[in-house]
Ligand binder design. Structure first.
Ligand SMILES: [Zn+2]
Length: 323
């Protein structure tokens, strides 16, 4: 079908010629008829659109438009088949970390949620599989991700896993026996040096790598709600450090100290993130741990900080989804 512009140009060309084949009033009348026909076709086409079908379920037109862009044909068909209306659906698909494949899980979570969870949190919780029992549905983690390996309550490591590039820390900045991946050790030295220049305090590594067997012993004697199940401890990756300082060796006084604050503000410049931030317990599965750093590299650490998300959310959206 010709576009309106093409029709107008054609009629103008006709009326401009010396040998007019129709009078100007006839040309105008023809144009009006064509306009009506085009508009009718557009109307019929809209009535058959995904957008209109979603609108018919009760969503305002702007929301129907958003949903039609965010969902697959199959998901739209499913909404229509179920005659499904949810006032939160549009808000969910508009979230920054919305993953299309998870749409039905977001909706299922919302339907059974009694806590008034926000769309942002629904998306975050489902993205990190928090809508399932983490331990009962746990999967092996992908060990090919280098510094971006994810170990948490849902992803676990084999009992024999250990990186091949581990080195021991100097005992001037670590309690004896601690080791970590070579780049992590080097990044820590740099951070420790700069922290000392800025705050005069000396950061210390309390714990770094923990083997599966060691974690098993820790797990036996500590509160199960705060200690990771063997295989699920990030310390087994060789990329995690528990830090305090010589001046403030107790972890909660370290949290309030100048060097503790400096470390949290600057650790991303050395490739570290605060792995278990406050207010994200429902995403990470752990309470706030101001002493626990995780190495992910400078680029990823900076992005995680600037977006205000956890590594679990980052992994779900930027790594897992793109596979
Ligand atoms: Zn730790």
């Amino acid at each position: 079908m010709p576009s309106l512009t093409e029709v107008k140009h054609y009629l103008k060309a006709c009326t401009d010629r010396d040998h007019l084949w129709m009078s100007r009033p006839l040309a105008v009348a023809s144009l009006l008829v064509i306009l009506v026909l085009v508009k009718s076709c557009q109307g019929i086409s809209f009535l058959n659109s995904r957008e209109y079908k979603i609108h018919q379920l009760g969503y305002p037109l702007n929301e129907a438009h958003t949903l039609s862009l965010a969902l697959s044909d199959q998901q739209v068909d499913s909404l229509i088949a179920l005659q499904y209306y949810d006032s939160l659906a549009c808000s969910i698909v508009s979230q920054q970390y919305f993953i299309q494949d998870h749409f039905t899980r977001y909706i299922a979570y919302h339907k059974t949620d009694t806590a008034g969870t926000s769309p942002t949190d629904i998306v975050a919780i489902v993205n990190v599989n928090g809508d399932n029992d983490w331990e009962k549905t746990a999967v092996k983690c992908d060990t090919t991700r280098g510094y971006l390996i994810l170990v948490n309550k849902y992803h676990y490591l084999d009992s024999t896993y250990k990186r091949g590039d581990m080195v021991k820390f100097q005992t001037t900045c670590s309690y004896p026996g601690n080791e970590a991946a070579r780049d992590v050790v080097d990044a820590f030295y740099k951070m420790q040096e700069d922290c000392k220049k800025q705050t005069q305090a000396q950061l210390m590594v309390n714990t770094s790598y923990r083997s599966f067997d060691y974690q098993t012993e820790v797990f036996k004697i500590h509160d199960k709600s705060i200690v990771a199940t063997p295989g699920h401890s990030e310390h087994q990756t060789g990329l995690s450090l528990d830090i305090t300082s010589i001046e403030h060796p107790e972890k909660w006084s370290f949290e309030k100290s100048t060097e503790g604050k400096w470390m949290r503000e600057h650790c991303h410049e050395y490739g570290f993130i605060l792995r278990y931030p406050a207010g994200k317990e429902h995403i990470t599965g752990y309470g706030y741990e101001p002493w626990h750093l995780r190495y992910v590299g400078v680029k990823t650490a900076s992005r995680i900080l600037s977006e205000g998300i956890t590594f679990d959310e980052y992994y779900a959206y930027y790594i897992e989804q793109t596979n």
